[in-house]
Every structure is written in structure tokens, then in C-alpha cells.
Design a protein around this ligand. Structure first.
Ligand SMILES: [Zn+2]
Ligand SMILES: [Zn+2]
Ligand SMILES: [Zn+2]
Length: 281
């Protein structure tokens, strides 16, 4: 009797290899499907429940998707995300002036003097790169809301959020002091923004130039902060840039847009020259 030709699949080694190959192909297909979003529905960023594509509401900066029914929920005034246990890690913190901060922003809040000093040094370096070289003796203090509000009441600018202030004191012996006050407890990226903004004022005050129209003064300070943040890819920085550009107040918002237009037309160095000399755009 001649031997029967065996199909290769009857060979146990070949069969196991074929099964392993099939299994691998299935695993790869599932991985690919999940990566392409074809697998399990995504979890809602707010309640954690599964979410269908048709009812999803996207938050592209954070790669968040949530049920459209949550869209009216309270949001963090800093990162813009809906405040919930699941999305931002717990209840928000309310500030004296009514602003809300979510738990994840609160988690990166700058309250420590050493951290404030490091941020000031870094922002000072960034300003110098932009051609705004500060004198050495600018002091930075982190202050509470009540103190900042009291200092702010003496200031000439009354719109925008009270998060920072620069004060120049002239003594009778001719000495002068520049002090930057920044609200303690701001999320890190916002703290950096406010420090950059205030240091721009400090640089300008140190030059003893005439006082500019508030729109130029504030608009240029916002532009400097925005230029520093614009190169960053983290969501908090992107959100700050978007928020500043959408700001509808006449001094900060219009001032920033006007300063940005001026930079586009004449270059940043020309804006710096304007700050050193002129009264307005
Ligand atoms: Zn939900
Ligand atoms: Zn937040
Ligand atoms: Zn300002």
C-alpha cells in the first residue's frame, strides 16, 4: 500500500503555526480597529459612560469627547474644561471674585516662592530674547486676592481680571523700586503668562518713557506673553493664547489685537521702539 499524501495541515507543527498566525492577525486587527476608533465606544470625559459618535461633543485641545447633554455644565475659568469628578478630578475651587478653578488646575497652582522665582527668571530670559532687557532689581511677590485687589484699586487700568500688577515707587533720595505682584495660586501656565505680562510693564517703567495709552501698554504686554506661550504645544498654553485673542475688553483684548496687527505690519522691533518713545500706536 502506497502511503497517503498528508495535507500539510495535518502536520501538528504546521497546524499550530497556522493557528498562531491566525491569532496574531486577529490581535493586530483588533489593535488597529481600536486605534482607528472602530472598537469600544469612547468614554465620556465628564461622566465616564460610553459615548456614541452621534452624541459626542469634542474638545480638541484636550482630546476630550463628552455627551452633548453636558455642554452647559460649569467650566473651569482657566483651562476651560467642564468641572467634574471624572474630567478634572473633583470639585472646583471658587475664588473671591467669582472665578472657578478646577481641581487639575489647582493641582499645578503656583503658591511657592521658590517656584515663583524660577518662573520670573525664566520669563526674564525670554523677554531679553525679545529685546526687552530688564534691570536686575525687579522684585516679584506672590500675593493673595485681597492684597492684590487693594493694590489694584490705586491703578489706572480697571478692566481685565486682577491677576497681576506692577508698581514703581520713587523715593525722595532718587532711588526707585519696581515690584511685580502676581496672584498666588494661579495654574502654572497662567502664572507664567501673568509674570511675562507684568515684566513687560516693569521693563517699560524702568525706561522712564512717557505713560502710553492703556491700550498700547496692555496690548503690548499681552502680545509679549502670547509670543512666549505661542510656541508651546501643551493644551493649557494653547487655551491661554486662544482666550487672550478672544478677549472682548477694549484695553486688553482690542489692545492685543491692535498690537499683533502692528507687529505684522511693522515688525516686533518697531513695536518695541514705539514702547520706548511714543504715546500710542
Ligand atoms: Zn457623559
Ligand atoms: Zn482647569
Ligand atoms: Zn497690564
Amino acid at each position: 500500500m502506497g502511503s497517503l499524501a498528508r495535507s500539510p495541515f495535518q502536520d501538528p507543527v504546521v497546524r499550530i503555526a497556522a493557528m498562531a498566525g491566525t491569532l496574531l492577525a486577529i490581535v493586530l486587527a483588533v489593535v488597529l480597529a481600536v486605534r482607528l476608533g472602530l472598537g469600544e465606544p469612547r468614554a465620556c470625559a465628564v461622566c465616564g459612560e460610553a459615548i456614541g459618535r452621534e452624541e459626542a461633543y469634542a474638545e480638541p485641545e484636550y482630546d476630550d469627547v463628552y455627551h452633548a447633554s453636558h455642554a452647559q455644565m460649569l467650566r473651569c475659568d482657566y483651562c476651560g474644561r467642564i468641572v467634574s469628578e471624572f474630567s478634572t478630578g473633583g470639585p472646583g475651587v471658587w475664588k473671591l471674585d467669582g472665578r472657578r478653578m478646577c481641581a487639575s488646575c489647582h493641582h499645578v497652582a503656583v503658591v511657592d516662592w521658590d517656584e515663583g522665582k524660577k518662573i520670573a527668571a525664566a520669563m526674564r530670559g525670554r523677554l531679553a530674547q525679545l529685546g526687552l532687557k530688564l534691570p536686575n532689581e525687579v522684585q516679584l511677590s506672590l500675593v493673595d486676592e485681597v492684597t492684590l485687589k487693594r493694590l489694584f484699586e490705586k491703578s489706572h487700568v480697571k478692566d481685565g481680571m486682577i491677576e497681576g500688577l506692577t508698581q514703581q515707587t520713587r523715593f525722595s533720595d532718587g532711588r526707585e523700586e519696581l515690584e511685580v505682584f502676581v496672584l498666588s495660586g494661579l495654574p502654572r501656565a497662567r502664572c507664567e503668562w501673568v509674570v511675562a505680562h507684568e515684566l513687560t510693564h516693569a521693563w517699560n517703567y524702568a525706561l522712564h518713557t512717557p505713560v502710553h495709552a492703556p491700550r498700547l501698554e496692555e496690548g503690548a504686554a499681552e502680545l509679549v506673553a502670547m509670543k512666549i506661550m505661542a510656541g508651546r504645544t501643551n493644551p493649557a498654553a494653547k487655551r491661554l493664547v486662544a482666550r487672550a485673542l478672544e478677549n472682548e475688553t477694549p484695553i486688553y483684548g482690542d489692545g492685543l489685537r491692535k498690537a499683533a496687527q502692528y507687529e505684522q505690519a511693522h515688525g516686533f522691533n518697531q513695536l518695541v521702539r514705539l514702547l520706548k518713545a511714543s504715546k500710542d500706536f
